[in-house]
Design a protein around this ligand. Sequence first.
Ligand code: DQA
Length: 148
Amino acid sequence: MKLLVLHGPSLDRLGTREPEIYGSLSLAGINALLEETAKQRGLELTILQSNHEGVLVDAILSAAENGNRGILMNPAAYSHTSIALLDAIRACGLPVVEVHLSNIHAREEFRRHSYTAMGAVGVVTGFGPDSYVAGLHLLAARLQQHAG
Ligand code: DQA
């Protein structure tokens, strides 16, 4: 089963970016954890990071035609601003699980609302890299249940 993993803006700087909030693991480290989980569950991942909203919109909208069955996504700051990403999520026809390293509900007021989460099947927030790993398990489990 093919799944798309999307990382939004500034997540390419993980490891050095505000480590007191986001931890010391790099994006490559998170991707390695995801690949390990994917191997255990027999999943095939395509992973993309972009700082550009339109690139993320295009990736979401073309995910199904590229053979993906679902999307695991950390939209980063676009969670709080992007109706364009929400519309793409709603248009793509695939289940999207949203993840955040930090607990967006325990930070600044402006992070408490996520537009993209309005189109997601669920959100895992606040568990550091484990948010991604749990999100991948939950997405795969949901797809496997629905396939059965
Ligand atoms: C984030 C939380 C967002 O509020 C922030 O803009 C990010 C990272 C997280 O993973 O905790 O860039 O999505």
